[in-house]
Every structure is written in structure tokens, then in C-alpha cells.
Write a protein that binds this ligand. Structure first.
Ligand SMILES: [Fe+2]
Length: 271
């Protein structure tokens, strides 16, 4: 089975002709399913972009959302839309709503969006402010109250997704006894996977680039299940990284350039 992995494709920045050309590239590699680890477009365009892509490629698309997919919208409303989309469109599967997917006998696929949680780097002294706190309703409301209400709002989103990930992993292991679990998320779960020009991002950016709580969940579950191989696919930093914190836990972060979407990797799994 061939899985075509994409991340941070930011389709809203492309003209229709460019988008169609990208979809054709994806169709030409003849994958069985498409995986997208977030930053597909923005709140007002993400559904349209996914429907357009599915109509051309005509293969199942499994995706999580990135922070940009909520821009100019709210987390609550976009997620309602994604749940409806997953129910209504047979090719579109937002993994937090679609749940655990069996790929062959021994491999399962699951995912959560994931959010940076301010726990890596030096949040207290960082001058960095991503557009998240200007363009996502829930974060904007908190940011107007100050630096620490914003941190609390970031951690609420991150901790909820990490909790959901933990439950999803526990259930997947109990129900399917897989040998391999592919986990999709947007935000890298370890600072060592957040690179900028080949080195770990600095303490100003790390609070907004990494999700420590997600890394803690993955470490715990992977340590408890040494016989299962865990492969995490993510994006967000746009900077390619490979980090293996445990023998059975691998983190891959995709590279991305705005306006030049590309296929990250074609992953082949045995069925
Ligand atoms: Fe991105």
C-alpha cells in the first residue's frame, strides 16, 4: 500500500491552475491514500480546497489541521465543519473525527491536530507572537487579556488534543494489536524535531513550535509498548527533521516552502 504524505501545502496561496498542477503531480504517483499533516489552507477555504483536491485525485484523503487552517475563523466552528465534511464526503477523513484507520493487517493510522504548548523554550521572555493570536478567535480573545491568558489558551488546546491522542492510541492498541502505528499531527512533539537551518530552533520560537505535552504522551505509550513501532508525521516548522527519541518511536517533520507545495514522501507499508 502506498501512502502519499503531504504537509503545509497552503493551497490558499496558489492560483487554481497551480493547485490543479499540484493535484496532477499527486495523482501521477498512483498512491492508494493521501495523508496531509495540516496547514492545508485557511478557515474560509479549507473545505473548498479539500473538496477540490479529492475531486481531482479521487483517492481517500486522511488529514489533520494545522494552525493556519483555523486562521480568520474559530477552532470550534472549523472543527464542526470538519466533522460534517467527514460525514458527508466519502473521500475526506479528518482523523480526529474519523478515528483509527486500519491499513492492512498490522498497521493503523490515527491523528490529532496538535498545538504548540509554550512548554519548550523560554515563553516568559520570548518576543515572538505568531499570527495565531491575531487570526484564531479563541487565541485572539485570550491574547487581548495578556501573555499568560494566551499561554493558558494555547495549553488548553494542546492538552485536549494530547488527551485525545492518548485515548486514541490506547484504544487502537487494545482493539487492533498493531505492529506499527502511523500518527499524524501538525505540531512536532519534541524540540529536537523543531529545526531552523539545521539546528534546533531557539528559545524564542520553541514555545510556538513544539508540543511538549504530546511528546510526553508519545514517550509514555511507546515505552509501555516496546513491540510496536510508532511513526509520527508532522509539519508546522517547514523545516525537515528526523528525530528518534526511543528505539520504537520516530518523528518525521516535513519541509515546506510557501507557494511551492510538494510531496514529502511516499510511504510503502505491507498489507
Ligand atoms: Fe505551515
Amino acid at each position: 500500500m502506498k501512502l502519499v504524505w503531504l504537509t503545509d501545502i497552503h493551497l490558499d496561496l496558489l492560483e487554481q491552475e497551480e493547485r490543479l498542477c499540484f493535484y496532477k503531480q499527486i495523482a501521477d504517483v498512483s498512491g492508494d491514500i493521501i495523508l496531509i499533516t495540516g496547514d492545508i489552507a485557511e478557515a474560509y477555504s479549507v473545505s473548498l480546497a479539500l473538496k477540490e483536491m479529492a475531486a481531482v485525485i479521487n483517492k481517500p484523503l486522511y488529514f489533520v489541521l494545522g494552525n493556519h487552517d483555523y486562521y480568520r475563523g474559530s477552532v470550534d466552528l472549523v472543527r464542526k465543519e470538519m466533522r460534517a465534511l467527514t460525514q458527508q464526503e466519502p473521500l475526506l477523513h479528518w482523523l480526529p473525527a474519523a478515528g483509527v484507520q486500519l491499513l492492512g493487517n498490522d498497521t493503523v493510522l490515527l491523528g490529532q491536530d496538535g498545538w504548540a504548548d509554550g512548554r519548550c523554550g523560554d515563553y516568559a521572555n520570548s518576543p515572538v507572537r505568531l499570527n495565531d493570536c491575531r487570526l484564531i478567535l479563541e487565541l485572539e480573545q485570550s491574547a487581548t487579556l495578556g501573555r499568560y491568558p494566551l499561554l493558558e489558551a494555547m495549553q488548553k488546546l494542546a492538552d485536549q488534543d494530547a488527551d485525545n491522542l492518548k485515548m486514541s492510541l490506547i484504544n487502537a492498541i487494545k482493539d487492533h494489536r498493531p505492529k506499527k502505528i502511523i500518527i499524524m499531527m501538525h505540531v512536532p512533539p519534541f524540540k529536537e524535531a523543531c529545526l531552523y537551518e539545521g539546528v534546533i530552533s531557539n528559545d524564542d520560537y520553541l514555545p510556538f513550535f513544539a508540543s511538549k505535552i504530546t511528546g510526553d504522551v508519545l514517550t509514555q505509550i511507546a515505552q509501555e509498548h516496546a513491540g510496536i513501532q510508532f511513526i509520527v508525521l508532522c509539519g508546522h516548522t517547514h523545516s525537515q527533521a528526523y528525530w528518534q527519541p526511543l528505539d520504537n518511536l520516530i518523528i518525521k517533520v516535513g519541509a515546506a516552502d510557501y507557494m511551492k507545495p510538494e510531496i514529502q514522501e511516499i510511504i510503502v507499508i505491507e498489507c
